[in-house]
Design a protein around this ligand. Structure first.
Ligand code: FDA
Length: 306
């Protein structure tokens, strides 16, 4: 089921058809507050009342014209202004292929630099999502170029990739901000762990390596991007063993998933950030969410009922 859903995520014909169905548009609202930035900002304001910070992402990937990438960059610049004007504790999280990485990587770098400069002026961070393995090396190399002059930028790394432990080591000298996630794409066994146990083991090992580095004086910002509370608790236990404060890492979860746990962790004193996605281009992203938990397909199909 996971493989089928991930195949559907990449299928162009389905990408055009499925979003036209009302039941699919209704079902996706479980994972995003709406298609426009206003709804995301409203959701961020609600989270703030509960002591939960936010990160905002406008959905979309692999744009095919530079003008589209320029428009996305302009959108995020305006969004940063709106976040600051409303006093929200919100950051932004961007996909490089939505900012034109497939078309002109220098232009993409210029866009992200502009976003980071604007974000720095309003004391916010720009996160870079990690996409499929075709982009791993170019995304990491991109971050290596960006980070020395843009300290308010962070990068997502995927625990299912066998290379990630080496990538964490490689990035350490930059005192990076790293969001570690399990990984959401279909990747072959040659480059990615396939079983849940292996991925979980890798996730914990990466997180512990970063906490060890913090203990050794590195200034790494660690974000655990997962809904797996068992893993979060194991890593929190390790941080406590190292005598690091609860704020030595933050938890990031997606809008609509394990909201009760987001609130509980925030109440217990952990920094928690909810990643709020919005936008019309939700189809491939939504299919990846279904693939993470095929039981969600039943929820989607239920929307067909009156
Ligand atoms: P796991 O899938 O084991 O889930 C643990 C528990 O969480 C499940 O038992 C279930 O209860 C709940 N859960 C998880 N997913 C659910 C869902 N879709 N619906 C309902 N319940 C669900 N990936 C990537 O490749 N590149 C990226 O840039 C990012 N960015 C990112 C940011 C943030 C903040 C998060 C939380 C995640 C990502 N991801 C990502 C996605 C990530 O790779 C992964 O696919 C999902 O987080 C699901 O894995 P979990 O770690 O939650 O564990």
């Amino acid at each position: 089921m996971r493989r089928l859903l991930l195949w559907m995520a990449g299928n162009r014909w389905l990408r055009r058809r499925i979003p036209q169905f009302g039941f699919a548009r209704k079902a996706v609202l479980r994972f995003m507050p709406g298609e426009d930035a206003d709804s995301a900002l409203r959701a961020a304001a609600q989270f703030k009342l509960q002591g939960i910070s936010s990160a905002l992402t406008r959905l979309g990937e692999n744009v095919t014209r530079v003008e589209e990438a320029d428009e996305v960059a302009a959108h995020y610049l305006e969004l940063l202004e709106r976040i600051a004007a409303k006093g929200l504790d919100a950051e932004i999280s961007v996909k490089l292929t939505q900012l034109g990485l497939d078309l002109d990587s220098e232009r993409t770098l210029a866009h992200v630099r502009r976003l980071a400069e604007r974000a720095a002026a309003v004391r916010r961070t720009v996160w870079i999502d990690m996409e499929g393995s075709a982009y791993t090396e170019s995304t990491i190399a991109f971050y290596e170029r960006l980070r020395p002059t843009c300290a308010n930028t962070g990068l997502c790394l995927q625990a299912y990739l066998r290379r990630t432990a080496a990538d964490v080591e490689r990035l350490m000298p930059l005192d990076p901000a790293i969001r570690v996630v399990k990984g959401a794409y279909a990747e072959p066994p040659a480059i990615a762990f396939q079983t849940r146990q292996e991925v979980d083991r890798s996730y914990v090992a990466l997180s512990k390596a970063m906490l060890d580095a913090v203990c050794d004086g590195r200034r790494i910002r660690i974000a655990l991007g997962t809904h797996d509370v068992r893993l979060i608790e194991e890593i929190a236990g390790y941080a406590a063993q190292l005598k690091l404060p609860q704020t030595s890492f933050e938890v990031q979860m997606l809008y609509g998933i394990r909201v009760d746990e987001q609130r509980r962790l925030a109440r217990e004193g952990y920094p928690v950030r909810d990643l709020i996605c919005y936008g019309a281009a939700w189809y491939p992203w939504y299919m990846r969410r279904l693939a993470e938990r095929p039981a969600n397909v039943i929820f989607a199909l239920r929307q067909l009922l009156p």
